[in-house]
Design a binder for this molecule. Structure first.
Ligand code: FES
Length: 262
């Protein structure tokens, strides 16, 4: 496993790509070389007002390191106001990341901000198709642009809660998933997003005999395995998302008849 370390990197850009959703690019060539899809960084906001670090999934390591985040409180509002040229302190790379084994074709299933780690997986996979879901057209359009640039990505399936993206479907990714998996052309499924979406995806993937990896998003106080704030229940007992994950084999959450919550 790669050792994490403290980095200080300049913000190259920090722009709003959809209402309340920002994309930040860091000048971090050393981190880009060692980071794996699914790993995250834990940033320190440059103000004494904020003591806890904030975990952000690495979304891209092409031409710098990119992260996406939604403004949900004072900390992320502060982050969104940082200008290009600001130096950001963070610990990285943290967590284990996706296995990226020699799967022939991987289906990437993501919802909301959980789509970010799947983008970095698509950068490293040989062949991938993507199924993403968001609240509305604005929340999926920028992801579609990011994925369509990648040579490994063949097809992008889209759902929106309100049906406002006309080339996609109205509903949830889990409504669309059985039909997509029935094409029988994937060897693995990677998923990240709301727990209910990931558990539904895991059940469907396993029922289709596919290897499935789940990438959890959690609030993390330390990010280093010391505080237990990120622990989750698995069929093998409680585990820490920051240290044992954030990526887990989906079978760790599947009982013969149902799925464990946390
Ligand atoms: Fe502290 Fe995971 S965030 S143990």
């Amino acid at each position: 496993m790669t050792m994490s370390e403290i980095f200080e990197s300049e913000i190259k850009s920090n722009v709003e790509v959809a209402p309340t959703i920002f994309k930040m690019e860091l000048d971090a060539p050393e981190l880009a070389k060692i980071a794996k899809p699914g790993q995250f960084l834990n940033i320190k906001l440059p103000s004494n007002e904020f003591t806890l670090r904030r975990p952000l999934g690495i979304a891209s390591t092409l031409n710098g390191v990119k992260v996406f985040y939604r403004v949900v409180g004072r900390g992320t509002k502060f982050l969104s106001e940082l200008k290009a040229g600001t130096i950001l302190n963070y610990v990285a790379p943290l967590g284990n990341g996706f296995s990226l084994q020699e799967h022939s074709k991987v289906l990437l299933v993501g919802g909301g901000m959980g789509i970010a780690p799947l983008l970095s997986a698509a950068e490293k996979l040989r062949e991938a198709e993507v199924l993403i879901g968001g609240k509305n057209k604005a929340e999926v359009t920028f992801w579609i642009k990011e994925f369509s640039r990648l040579p490994a990505v063949d097809i992008i399936f889209v759902t929106t809660d309100d049906g406002s993206y006309h080339y996609g479907r109205k509903g949830f990714v889990t409504d669309y998933l059985p039909e997509i998996l029935s094409a029988d052309k994937y060897s693995a499924v990677y998923t990240c997003g709301p727990d209910v979406m990931m558990y539904g995806t895991a059940l469907e993937a396993i029922a289709n005999g596919l290897h499935c990896e789940i990438c959890f998003e959690r609030r993390m106080a330390c990010g280093l395995g010391a505080c237990l704030s990120c622990s989750i229940e698995t069929v093998n007992g409680r585990k820490k998302v920051c240290k044992d994950g954030p990526v887990f084999d989906a079978r760790e959450f599947v009982e013969p008849e149902n799925i464990l919550g946390n």
